[in-house]
Design a protein. Sequence first.
Length: 243
Amino acid sequence: MTSKTRWSAQLVVVMLCALTLKFFYSTASPDELRWILAPTTKLVELLSGRTFNFEAHAGYMSSDHSFLIAASCAGVNFLLTAFLMLMLKRLWQCRFEGIGWGFFPIAAAIAYLTTIITNTVRICVALQMQGWPSDVAGLDHNEIHRIEGILVYFGFLLLLYWLTEPEGLEGWLKRSSFPLGIYYSTTVGMPLLNGAYRQGSKFWVHTAFVVILPFTLIVGLSLMKWFQSAVKLKHAKSRPVQS
């Protein structure tokens, strides 16, 4: 098998893995998602001090019955996005020679562990937000919860991209459009192909949040980096020249 043929075959396998996981998640019950819900809940219990018990066909319910870690909280969409980002980035970097098949389970393991950590943070933040007012800055509880989820998920996706970027933060900022594109593809593109637009305004409002918030986060981080560089340059110019 030539390098080009192997590269094409690996790209097809990546897309098939993504579609298979997406299809599985679309019909999976909490009982079928315990492989990701259980470790997430254990970490949440450890960090929050709260206790959760599994209830069949529902999920993990807190002992005071005020919070449910359900199937929608599993973070499988983030797992899918992280796996796609890692695999497509590696395939692009090795597009002329291909990659070893052993990288597939490595990428899957990294995406899985990152998902557990990310989802734990998201749920712990949501638990802390339970005591917030039902209306903050004109946003209701559901909108605040949506914003929190998008920022945590995309923030950790950027962090994963940065940690796996050989050129460090500088290269990460230059190519931040790549994780952004992957995120948009899985959170907007796939739902559109599945006909989610039939939900009407509910879908488009959610899409607006999904599109605007990650882009704003990247712009903010880029401005911070630019400001930091400008300050360093100013300090360098203000130093006296030593003879």
